[in-house]
Ligand binder design. Sequence first.
Ligand SMILES: Cc1cc2nc3c(=O)[nH]c(=O)nc-3n(C[C@H](O)[C@H](O)[C@H](O)COP(=O)(O)OP(=O)(O)OC[C@H]3O[C@@H](n4cnc5c(N)ncnc54)[C@H](O)[C@@H]3O)c2cc1C
Length: 465
Amino acid sequence: MAIEERSSAINASALQTNLRGQVIQKGEAAYEAARRVYNAMIDKRPALIVRCADVADVITAVNFARDHELPLSIRSGGHNAGGLGICDDGLVIDLSLLRYTHVDSDRRTARVGAGCTWGDVDHATHAFGLAVPSGIISTTGIGGLTLGGGLGHLTRTYGLAIDNLLEATTVLADGSVVVASEQQHPDLFWGLRGGGGNFGVVTSFLFRTQPVDTVYAGPMLWELEKAPEILHWYQHLITTAPEDLNGFFAFLTVPPGPPFPEHLHNKKVCGVVWCYTGPLDRAEQTFQPIRQFRQPALDLVGPLPFPALQSMFDALYPPGLQWYWKADFVKELSDEAIRLHMQHGPQLPTLQSTMHLYPVNGAASHVSNNATAWSYRDATWAEVIVGVSPDPAQKETITDWARAYWTALHPYAESGAYVNFMMEGEGDERVRAAYRENYERLSQVKRHYDPANLFRINQNIQPAL
Ligand SMILES: Cc1cc2nc3c(=O)[nH]c(=O)nc-3n(C[C@H](O)[C@H](O)[C@H](O)COP(=O)(O)OP(=O)(O)OC[C@H]3O[C@@H](n4cnc5c(N)ncnc54)[C@H](O)[C@@H]3O)c2cc1C
């Protein structure tokens, strides 16, 4: 039976009867808003969206999709650039109602429902002077970001999000529920840490929290013409700095509004967004040589609560923009790579388009490449080139710029990219390249937990034969 015939034959009211949550179908008032994801370039029309209220609902939805042979996608925060949280003609498990964060300050852990955004987690943990390492935008979902790895402001200090994951409660393809940890289902736990949504639906995450409260952080910007020397200097600094200093490099356009001074509005610049987590009374001293290297055009670095850093760029990137991403891991910025960055980076086609180099060294590199599914611990950066625009008419412009930039730099990068920075449909070879020598083991774990590849709307790992 074709997918369309199957989806018209499904009895959604029978499904609704077994749920505490809600089934949303095509034609219903809530459908249009419910199918929308963060990247407005994605326009998929699922047959059913199941807003699960609890684990029992997730089990019911998994069983229903499997028994009706429906394509199945899993949605946590809906931020995936390739739109992997949603699907055409299938069933979407929407986890947004599973929204709770319980902090145990004695054990320094946080149990987090799969529908939380990182802003929810930051809010709950900050009250105890704690934080879970995550990304750089507070509206991103914890589900996709964690299962893909999770890198951000605390990576050099406390590792990836997965390095702070202790347990994942997971609904498997057969509808059973397991808790994966180092002790229980260790093979599944290994695969979940980087393998994305390939193995099941994680309904709750138990994280180790870290003592992060007020940080000394923010953006420091320099004129574009200084970018080559800043890149050379930054490369040396970030590969030798103490691990309590994080900083990602960016080409960006200065937004036309406060807190940016008028003379910089709409100017293309380069910058580093710093996050220092060491003792505050040593912060000025740590930044003295940084500030002395080249006079910044703007220095907004200072003490601020960690959640303020985490949400600093939210307003610049509201939901509903067009996004096109290209990514790679990078070990070294050679002179030629810097020359090519200077050729493409300053051509940013829109206000929100950018190129970021996120350090994955420091604490993240203390874990070996095969200790978790995330195989690029030996890279220095995760590079991402993002074309972003509010205007659908600029879709081609932003896509062409990101592709040309990536194509020029790819020969100077590793063959694989961070899965969370990849678009849909980049191909099996790119997925294999993302996991390198870990792919074969992932494929075995997939065969054990999801032999029929029910969970395939993701950067898909094929079950071993
Ligand atoms: C503006 C922006 C900033 C970003 N910044 C960072 C960053 O700083 N660091 C970083 O590491 N990444 C970052 N990302 C990338 C981000 O990690 C991915 O887009 C991720 O997929 C988003 O997770 P989500 O839950 O919101 O996505 P969704 O679209 O909801 O889900 C994406 C996929 O993840 C899987 N998934 C999600 N939840 C579950 C679950 N509970 N169980 C099983 N599978 C699940 C599914 O395969 C799903 O298709 C950013 C993305 C955006 C758009």
